[in-house]
Design a protein around this ligand. Structure first.
Ligand code: SAM
Ligand code: SF4
Ligand code: SF4
Length: 386
């Protein structure tokens, strides 16, 4: 089969993922099995979890829908995500109550950042209620919990106020071009870029600033927009971050030649607006930060192709229908929804999560960089959550 002709996923939206059922294995002596077990020992349910590479679990990304109103060429190409695409049926989605219950368990186990994503998260009806429920965990558990959203910005103008009122602190908007024609070519929809820009200003006005703006750079498509984007967002006081086009999923026809590395991007900007590095911020941060030497703002680079950051990866992902993924490039999900709906208690679920995380050794990007054999089938980003 031609490597660039993606295979359609099975009905039910499970993409190319393998969902691992979590069976009740109490009383088996803790033997190592492919399906993670519910340990017999009660789990304390609190305290930081470390994986096999000593990385703590600090960030949880939750995909609230696998649907999107855009068809970005690098994420949900129209020829693959067409009207026959088998999205996750509504009954299979985690409810807001289920998401909040799992989030509470994760926060008790050390998670301090929750990011709602998708698909397009603002398409999920009444998302501000979920934001309110998650923000409520700050007071309930007396922890500093960061709740954020990554969105394409198309509905942000309408929703920014309600989201901020519900307790959202930060928003990241994905935007790949200022030029309307190039924007439409990247997002492959009939939607004006001006409305995304209005959404960004509405978010800032609602107190969700400084807004982070993520630009995926695909060589030959939008690399001519690097400087216009840098100038515009510097002048408007937002933080632009350049993302290297990644080989996530099976549908975007990724080729190394399409990647413009962060070094090349930085060279372009530095030649016009001199830059200097900012010392690394929080552990697990994906972006390297740079500031304009004249003090007029900062930018970021996310270099998952040219500079893998797996050693510092503190992120887990909860898919639309409640499977836990340990890596963006993973092909196995651990079925937490199955546990929830089978009546497992919070300590049992906490124990299962602890066991799953403690066995984690994923470092896909580092292995890619080392050019070793890689799994050929990968999960789509719109399903697992970017
Ligand atoms: N729809 C929302 C949005 O676009 O912000 C949230 C989900 S989207 C999958 C999350 C992020 O993943 C976006 O910033 C998007 O640009 C990025 N992304 C998707 N596919 C990518 C790829 N192949 N390489 C790099 N980034 C990608
Ligand atoms: Fe939709 Fe976001 Fe993917 Fe674009 S990047 S298709 S907006 S989910
Ligand atoms: Fe984390 Fe996997 Fe990305 Fe490495 S490739 S940074 S382990 S999500």
């Amino acid at each position: 089969m031609d490597a660039h002709v993606p295979q359609r996923p099975p009905v039910g939206g499970l993409m190319t993922a393998r969902i691992i059922p979590i069976r009740d294995m109490r009383g088996t002596g803790g033997a190592r099995r492919l399906s993670p077990a519910l340990p017999a020992e009660p789990d304390p349910g609190t305290g930081i979890l470390l994986d096999r590479l000593q990385r703590p679990l600090l960030d949880l990304r939750i995909s609230v829908t696998d649907r999107c109103n855009f068809r970005c060429v690098y994420c949900m190409p129209r020829e693959f995500f067409d009207q026959d695409y088998p999205y996750v049926p509504h009954a299979e989605l985690l409810s807001f109550e289920e998401i909040t219950r799992l989030a509470r368990i994760f926060v008790r186990r050390g998670v301090r950042k929750i990011r709602l994503t998708g698909g397009e998260p603002l398409l999920r009806r009444d998302l501000e209620s979920l934001v309110g429920m998650l923000a409520g965990l700050r007071a309930e558990l007396a922890v500093p919990l960061d709740v954020a959203i990554t969105t394409n910005g198309s509905l942000l103008k309408r929703k920014a106020g309600a989201l901020a009122e519900a307790g959202l602190r930060r928003v990241t908007v994905s935007l790949d071009a200022l030029d309307d024609a190039i924007f439409r070519r990247m997002s492959d929809v009939d939607f004006p870029v001006a409305q995304v820009l209005e959404g960004i200003e509405a978010a800032a006005a609602a107190g969700l600033g400084p807004v982070k703006v993520n630009m995926v750079v695909k060589r030959g498509l939008n690399d001519g927009q690097i400087l216009p984007m840098a100038r515009y967002f510097r002048d408007h006081g937002h933080v632009l971050r350049f993302i290297e086009f990644m080989d996530v999923g099976n549908s975007n026809g990724w080729r190394l030649d399409d990647v413009l590395t962060s070094d090349r991007i930085l060279e372009q900007i530095d030649a016009e607006m001199p830059l200097e590095p900012i010392a690394a911020g929080q552990a697990g941060a994906v972006a390297q930060r740079w500031r304009y030497r004249d003090g007029s703002g900062e930018i970021g680079t996310i270099s998952s192709i040219s500079r893998a950051f797996c050693g510092d990866c503190t992120r887990a992902r909860l898919s639309t229908e409640g499977s836990l993924y340990l890596c963006l490039f993973g092909d196995q999900g651990h079925d937490l929804r199955g546990l929830l709906r089978a009546g497992a208690t919070d300590p049992q679920i906490a124990a299962a999560i602890g066991q799953i995380w403690s066995e984690r050794a994923d470092r896909y990007s580092e292995l890619r960089s080392a050019a070793t054999a890689l799994p050929a089938r990968r999960i789509e980003m719109s399903y697992i959550g970017g």
